[in-house]
Design a protein around this ligand. Structure first.
Ligand code: NI
Length: 135
């Protein structure tokens, strides 16, 4: 049996409360097993091979626009990738949150890398990537 590694995680109270409700609904008896399954899922999802063809990608994500320097970071990163980006739409959801939708035309692996980078920024709350193959 492999040795267990313990680590501490900090997050907003509201987020952990929602997570606890979700895992209770799913039948988990403790957070550790739920988090282990999430990690396994995300490792499996990353292994799914995407064909590295030219595709359209739609990256949508919600972020906290009060997060220091985040808005600037997101904009700079898009300027850095201007050749891949077809269009960006920004929606102010409320006082704190923004929804941004980026449409790209690029090779699939590059689209995935761009999405992963944006989702990794601190203050980006949820993100979704859709790859749309050319017909
Ligand atoms: Ni906004």
């Amino acid at each position: 049996m492999e040795e267990l590694y313990r680590f501490g995680v900090s997050m907003e109270q509201s987020l952990i409360e929602k997570f606890d409700k979700l895992i209770e609904k799913k039948g988990y008896t403790n957070r550790s097993e739920a988090i282990r399954d999430l990690i396994r899922e995300s490792l499996a999802a990353d292994k799914i091979e995407v064909k590295n063809e030219l595709m359209f990608g739609v990256i949508s994500f919600i972020y906290n626009h009060h997060q220091r320097e985040l808005e600037e970071k997101i904009t700079d990163y898009q300027h850095h990738n201007y050749k891949s980006i077809v269009s960006t739409t920004h929606i102010h959801i409320d006082n704190e949150n923004c929804l941004e939708i980026i449409i790209l035309k690029e090779k699939a692996k590059r689209i995935k890398a761009i999405a992963d980078k944006i989702f990794s920024y601190k203050g980006v709350k949820s993100g979704k990537l859709s790859l749309v193959p050319m017909v």
